[in-house]
Design a protein around this ligand. Structure first.
Ligand code: ADP
Ligand code: MG
Length: 703
């Protein structure tokens, strides 16, 4: 078939992999690069020159004309500025290509137009990008040509982080150092390095591009701001894992090919719960590479969609009333010699190392639940969390029946002698095998669930970088490991000390463990009694970044300085305000230029019909009723529109970013809802032909 793919042939075709480095570099240089990649340190300029030249040769051979330092400023997306490899022509007018070590390792650019949250004044514009050697360079193929992309970290003139990459790398080093320290104390002498591994599952929606272009809200806000529910939603569960339509299948096929070429391990694909919703999951990898790859996944999802006449929506809640999209962040810690610290093995109750690590993670999550909630908070998640099939805003940990029972025994008796075993499930059909039932079921209602040998943080939003949640995970776990090491290093008897720490951690932090229905009202009450973190809106979570507790944590491990945290908080308030402001302006536009005029024209025609009928001697009961109802809603819309316009103008008078953000949340957001409600009712009343843009049914069921 024409769309068949030879995966082995195309995989990582556009990546300067270790294998390609080996091929293009002299052996001693290759060894030097590998050594620095693994052990850290700086590449000497002379070596960098050789590497850069090899990279250029490979890139040019594959059609590249430019290179770019590819980075991730605090805009949520990636940034790039292209430079051609050409250098000054010689006297005879010949142009040679060049890429120096200096250009590879470090870039200098004007950073003044990227968010810095007041970290530097506009006149201090200089920003630096530095090559992240642990993430491979790759080629982006585009209409613009082929560009060699160097993954980099981005910081200010004074070295403050202005991106996601820098703090993520810092946090990976912190958790590596502390975890190795811990393993040594437990007697491990072989593991050299511990890596935070991450597998983010990406959910997304696809809609028809022509229809998308007819809706300003989708274009400007990435989500619908008006829209009555279609007669059918997701209630029949017929979309989840359903057969993938041809048009979507062609898209997925193309997307996979593009991703594989970039060395992204696109592995799992399926239809998700909501109509027009899908998921793609890669195989997990080192956190910084997983973050880079997730950005590429998001970018290509959009680009490939355009090619197929589709539009990809990555917003957390594109449609009211059906599921939103998340990005389950699967996280674990793995040694270079193949040990997953979160692997319980066959008898978790006797696996001391596992129990210690588990108890530390429980403690970390309970101690810093506010930071975790913050790391997943974003404007889009305000409409998603706590709604259809999304985790609740309360942070709790799901362990599953078996582990929870182990923890209970430890709290009660100081040890766990029994292990609840999975049962065998008889299929009842001689030709079908009997199943070993897992000792642990799944629980979709938990924001933070243990799933076999990893934790799955499900609150993370679909549109967001996975930087923040993983920075927080790595850092809070590093802190608890570090505290444990401090105790163990002084202990006379390590075995007893470890045992005591496990018991203490579980006992003191058991309130965070919960396996029941996270959607129930009973849980909300219970969680409040337990004093668990329940932050309902993004802006309520921002100040958790700058509490004494957080500053102390992040400074201790050199992840963020107090000033960097302040700046991030400032950027978040600003992002909230700007995002809601765009949404409000879009609604005002759609209401005044599209909905109200269309409905007014329609009701005018209706009024003429009513008069004509009365003249003809019949009583237009239905038409009169409809006209009255429409008029009532139209008036309500007009009132709400005036209110929204006034509030938006008032909002801008607040000078402090924080006050402005709160005003938007408390006054502008409710006013937006007040404008939407009558519009959605009108959509149900008027002739379909009159409605000025595609409806939910058009968007979700006719892709
Ligand atoms: P589930 O069905 O429980 O969500 P999957 O096997 O589908 O689990 O995995 C979901 C994601 O988790 C994938 O990206 C996968 O690669 C990743 N993953 C699996 N094991 C680990 C691990 N040990 N650490 C981090 N991520 C993992
Ligand atoms: Mg999962």
């Amino acid at each position: 078939m024409s769309n068949s793919v030879n995966v082995e042939e195309i995989f990582a075709k556009n990546v300067f992999t270790v294998a390609k480095m080996r091929e293009y570099l002299p052996e001693d240089v290759f060894n030097e690069v590998m050594h620095i990649r693994e052990e850290g340190g700086e590449l000497p300029l002379k070596t960098a020159d050789i590497v850069a030249n090899a990279m250029k040769d490979w890139a040019v051979k594959n059609g590249a004309t430019h290179y770019t330092h590819w980075f991730q400023p605090l805009t949520g997306v990636t940034a790039e500025k292209h430079d051609a490899f050409i250098k000054h022509p010689d006297e005879e007018g010949r142009c040679m290509l060049e890429f120096s070590g200096k250009e590879l390792i470090k870039g200098e650019s004007d950073a003044s137009s990227f968010p810095s949250g007041g970290l530097r004044a506009t006149f201090e514009a200089r920003g630096y990008t530095a090559w992240d050697m642990t993430s491979p360079a790759f080629l982006k193929e585009d209409a613009i040509g082929t560009i060699l992309c160097i993954p980099t970290a981005f910081c200010s003139y004074k070295g403050e982080a202005l991106d996601m990459k820098t703090p993520l790398l810092r946090s990976m080093e912190a958790v590596n150092t502390q975890a190795i320290r811990l393993l040594r104390l437990l007697g491990n002498t072989t593991s050299k390095k511990i890596t935070a591994s991450v597998g983010p599952e990406q959910e997304y929606f696809l809609v028809d591009r022509k229809k998308y272009l007819q809706r300003e809200d989708l274009i400007f806000a990435g989500r619908t701001l008006f829209g009555a529910n279609a007669p059918k939603g997701q209630e029949l569960d017929d979309h989840y894992y359903g057969t993938i339509q041809e048009r979507i299948g062609a898209y997925m096929n193309d997307l996979n090919k593009e991703l594989w070429k970039l060395g992204v391990t696109a592995k799992t694909q399926h239809n998700e719960v909501a109509p027009a919703q899908h998921e793609l999951a890669p195989i997990y990898e080192t956190a910084n590479i997983a973050m880079d790859h997730n950005q590429l996944i998001m970018e290509l999802m959009k680009k490939v969609a355009t090619r197929h006449g589709l539009a990809c929506l990555l917003h957390e809640k594109p449609f009211k009333g059906v599921n939103g999209s998340g990005k389950h962040d699967n996280w674990s810690l793995n040694t270079d010699d193949g040990i997953n610290l979160l692997d319980p093995g066959d008898s978790p109750n006797e696996n001391i190392q596992f129990l210690l690590v588990l108890s530390c993670i429980i403690k970390a999550v309970d101690t810093h639940a506010d930071l975790l909630a913050q790391s997943a908070a974003c404007v889009g998640n305000d409409s998603r969390l706590g709604g259809n099939e999304a985790p609740p805003t309360i942070i709790s940990v799901f362990l599953g029946e078996q582990l929870e029972d182990v923890v209970r025994q430890i709290i009660e008796f100081g040890e766990a002698n029994n292990l609840k075993e999975g049962k065998t499930f008889k299929s009842g059909v001689s030709t079908l095998p009997d199943f070993e039932m897992d000792a642990t079921d799944r629980n979709r209602t938990s924001p933070f669930a243990f799933t076999g040998n990893k934790f799955e943080f499900r609150s993370v939003g679909s549109s967001e970088s996975i930087g923040s949640p993983n920075i927080v995970m790595n850092t809070i776990v590093a802190e608890v490991f570090s505290d444990v090491c401090d105790v163990l290093e002084k202990a006379d008897d390590i075995k007893t000390a470890v045992h005591d720490i496990i018991t203490k951690n579980f006992t003191e932090h058991q309130r965070i463990i919960f396996s029941g229905d996270g959607y129930s009202d009973a849980w909300r009450e219970e969680a409040a009694k337990r004093g668990l973190v329940n932050i309902k809106s993004m802006i309520d979570s921002i100040d958790t970044l700058t509490t004494e507790k957080s500053v102390k944590l992040f400074e201790k491990f050199g992840i963020f300085s107090g000033a960097e945290l302040e700046s991030r908080a400032e950027i978040l308030y600003e992002t909230y305000t700007k995002t809601v402001n765009i949404e409000a302006r879009t609604m005002i536009d759609m209401a005044s230029k599209q909905i109200i005029p269309s409905v007014a024209t329609y009701s005018g025609e209706l009024a003429i019909a009513v008069n004509e009928m009365i003249k003809a001697g019949v009583t237009p009961v239905v038409q009169m009723g409809l006209l009255n109802d429409i008029n009532k809603e139209l008036t309500a819309m007009d009132v709400a529109l005036v209110t929204l316009k006034n509030l938006r103008e008032e909002a801008i008078t607040y000078k402090s970013q924080k006050e402005r953000a709160f005003f938007f949340r408390e006054k502008v957001v409710p006013a937006m809802e007040a404008l939407r409600a009558p519009a959605d009712r009108l959509e149900r009343m008027v002739d379909k032909k009159v409605w000025p843009f595609p409806t939910y049914a058009d968007l979700m069921f006719e892709v």
